[in-house]
Design a binder for this molecule. Structure first.
Ligand SMILES: [Zn+2]
Length: 164
């Protein structure tokens, strides 16, 4: 007897991992590092575990809806989305591919944590010209997750995905 459980579980995982973050539509929730687990049980129930990014980020409701919709499109309509708050998400969970996509999109990615977990006061590089000669205009950019910066070289304003 051939089991079909494993391929279905793989499909579920792929479908969920491809869901885009509503605030940064070039990043999938897997790029963002908020997708913790996807399971499919023998009864066909899908359980998706997500750790929210910034607390109170309104994107979570949209992500939950998008996960449900994506799975329903693939015939999985018995879905539970569970939010796990601990351990808390940090920008270190964002994949390198995700950081590169952010940069390509014109958003300065969060800086990496320094050796030993120490926060290093790195300057934020301009995603347009790469200059480190930038300054922060506002703690809050287009969303609470980002701050608004301007490059003093090319004068372009840009979003910086805040590091937490
Ligand atoms: Zn610049």
């Amino acid at each position: 007897m051939v089991t079909t459980v494993a391929p279905a579980a793989d499909e579920v995982r792929v479908v969920v991992a491809a869901v885009l973050d509503p605030e940064v539509p070039v990043l999938t929730i897997e790029d963002l590092g908020i997708l913790r687990d996807v399971t499919l049980d023998d009864a066909g129930h899908v359980e998706v575990t997500i750790t929210p990014t910034y607390s109170g980020c309104p994107a979570m409701d949209a992500i939950t809806d998008d996960v449900m919709t994506a799975l329903a499109d693939h015939g999985f309509d018995d879905v539970g989305v569970r939010l796990v708050l601990a351990p808390a998400w940090t920008t270190d969970w964002m994949s390198d591919a995700g950081k590169q996509k952010l940069l390509d999109y014109g958003i300065a990615p969060p800086q990496p944590r320094g050796a030993g977990g120490v926060l290093v006061a790195l300057s934020v590089r301009c995603p347009q010209c790469g200059s480190a000669d930038t300054c922060e205009l506002s703690r809050f950019g287009s969303t609470a997750c980002k701050s608004l910066w301007v490059c003093t070289v090319c004068k372009e304003p840009f979003d910086h995905f805040k590091r937490i």
